[in-house]
Design a protein around this ligand. Structure first.
Ligand SMILES: [Zn+2]
Length: 277
């Protein structure tokens, strides 16, 4: 792990760099963290990403949501700290044509040796109003679940107000490689997910419902995410998610960090043979 000043050299934001250089080394994490779900292509100041790496967030899975962000996400992947997942999320799926869907499937196939997962994909019934919009979201989701199976890649799933349908559709594929990001389900649903062998990841925010679910699922089924910059500000916010899991499970921050980082690296098969960047 590179701590200290080395990785921030050359960053554009002078003020932030000065602040980072001045940081007392005591404030840096002594454990390694992994961010299971973020959108680094939307963080326009690369110094913030360099800062997260220097802080100890050594592994980040950046997710594409449409054609442009998929292209940017593959470009950001370095095989060292930043790894890409490509997909079309349900919100952007509603704007995508059949041609765009096919184009992205082609991009995923041709990028298979440098991506770790298919994501962000899923269902969002707060966005889809009509049955036809829901049907199209399901079509797009189903297509990507099929591509994931074909390429033996895990999936990073977005579910909002749609978890029962998500669980149903995932069960028909290869559920052990499924991760429900920003988990918002209840205790019954988290038990179903655990029984299927799926994983959940938890964001840097607490909610009573999510806390109850986290208590009910094994530590080996949990990952932490920042969902930055959409939810957290930067990947450093993954630390808050880990601290929350640690307190709900009654274990130390270090132990939770070690377990969640291991889960994330193993789920995304970070050390996969044959990766090319
Ligand atoms: Zn996301």
């Amino acid at each position: 792990m590179t701590l200290g000043t080395k990785t921030v050299e050359g960053s554009r934001d002078g003020a932030l760099r000065t602040k980072m250089l001045e940081r007392d080394s005591e404030t840096l994490l002594k454990v390694e963290l992994a961010d299971a779900h973020c959108h680094l292509d939307l963080i326009h100041d690369s110094a913030l990403i360099e800062d997260a790496i220097a802080y100890g967030v050594n592994t980040m899975i950046t997710n594409g949501v449409d054609t442009a962000s998929n292209i940017r996400s593959v470009g950001l992947a370095d095989g060292k700290h930043i790894f890409a997942a490509l997909g079309i999320d349900p919100e952007h799926a509603m704007l995508a044509s059949e041609d765009e869907l096919n184009f992205n499937v082609g991009m995923i196939r041709s990028s298979a040796s440098k991506i770790m997962a298919i994501g962000e994909i899923g269902l969002d019934y707060r966005e889809a109003q009509s049955d036809s919009e829901k049907d199209w979201q399901k079509r797009v989701f189903e297509t990507f679940l099929g591509v994931a199976e074909e390429l033996h890649l895990p999936v990073s799933v977005h579910s909002r107000d749609a978890l029962d349908d998500v669980i149903k559709m995932v069960s028909a594929h290869n559920p052990e490689r499924t991760h429900i990001h920003f988990f918002e389900g209840d205790v019954k649903q988290v038990k179903e997910i655990e029984a299927l062998g799926c994983m959940i990841s938890v964001p840097p925010f607490e909610s009573g419902k999510r806390s109850r679910a986290i208590k009910e699922i094994g530590l080996e089924r949990i990952m932490a995410e920042s969902d930055s910059p959409v939810a957290g500000a930067t990947p450093r916010d993954v630390e808050k998610a880990v601290r929350n899991v640690a307190s709900l499970k009654g274990i130390s921050f270090e132990r939770a960090a070690e377990a969640l980082t291991r889960n994330t690296k193993s789920f995304f098969n970070i050390n996969r043979i044959g990766l090319r960047f």
